[in-house]
Design a binder for this molecule. Structure first.
Ligand code: CDP
Length: 279
């Protein structure tokens, strides 16, 4: 007797009440939580929970490039590694990176690279490791959103944030932010990312069938959703900034807050010398 439970696809994805299987309206996002600065060993990091997706991103660099022949003398290079853990999906995923992971690593890199000032880091590499702990549809969008936060946390200068979300079509209706079931059983999937500094599309992929009217409606819903997600990204970054600032205040109470900084340094040196004389 097999103990395996097959991954069954539901027949209808929108109920009689017009709601989706998880109770959402057609244009409603799943719940999204983001946290920046979650991995002490990395130069920058972030975590996102987006519906059933749980994803970490960790940044290392800028650092020396290996192999050396990959280095560019005029600019730094960006490497992105999208990986799904074996237990991230219902059917055990093979640990070796497959074609899908390589493709998603590439689209995330292509979306993010143009906003980074990599010309500041010749002969160096910035690496972003993205680990999907739990996957439930739209991971490339969630990964793009969390990767840019980890890069900001690492202090990599950038022109602006990147935000991504997917629209889709299920039971003949346009929906925003497809879940895993909607992604697998739906009629179309349209992941899209925006680069905010120039309002340009940073990623646009399409899989399935929809007409031009539906496509336009999808883009409208995507733009509306992207604004909401960007706010969450900004809040997560601000929280990290405030936490670091408060930590530094406690760590070093002698923060200089005067305009006349030379005077302050002289007076501190004087105090230190006097203190030294007494001991
Ligand atoms: O995750 P995203 O929508 O960006 O990419 P996809 O290739 O369209 O995959 C959609 C979903 O299929 C993923 O989010 C996973 O939930 C699921 N999946 C899976 O169950 N097993 C895999 N080996 C790969 C993906």
């Amino acid at each position: 007797m097999s103990l395996l439970i097959k991954d069954e696809s539901p027949e209808k994805l929108i109920g009689e009440d017009g709601k989706r299987l998880d109770g959402r309206d057609l244009n409603e996002l799943r719940s999204i939580k983001m946290e920046v600065g979650v991995i002490p060993n990395a130069d920058g990091s972030a975590y996102i929970e987006w519906g059933g997706n749980k994803i970490y991103a960790a940044v290392y660099g800028p650092r020396e490039v290996h192999p050396r022949h990959d280095a560019r003398p005029d600019r730094g290079i960006l490497r992105t590694f999208y990986r799904m853990t074996t237990f991230s999906v219902s059917e055990r995923k093979r640990p070796a990176p497959g074609r899908r992971e390589k493709e998603i690593s590439m689209v995330i890199k292509n979306a993010i690279e143009p906003v980074l000032f990599l010309e500041l880091y010749p002969d160096s590499v910035v690496e972003v490791f993205i680990e999907v702990i739990s996957a439930d549809g739209g991971t490339r969008c969630a990964c793009t959103a969390v990767a840019i936060l980890a890069l900001a946390d690492a202090g990599i200068p950038m022109k602006g944030l990147i935000t991504a979300v997917a629209a889709g079509k299920v039971d003949g209706k346009i929906i925003i932010d497809c879940s895993g079931d909607e992604d697998k059983s739906g009629e179309a999937d349209l992941p899209c990312a925006i680069s905010w500094y120039n309002n340009q599309i940073a990623l646009l992929q399409f899989d399935g069938i929809m007409d031009l009217k539906e496509f336009d409606k999808s883009i409208d819903q995507i733009l509306e959703a992207l604004e909401k997600i960007r706010k969450l990204q900004e809040e997560a970054l601000k929280k990290r900034y405030i936490d670091v600032r408060d930590h530094l205040k406690n760590y070093n109470p002698k923060v200089v807050t005067t305009n006349n900084i030379e005077e302050k340094i002289d007076s501190n040196n004087q105090k230190n010398q006097n203190g030294g004389d007494q001991t």
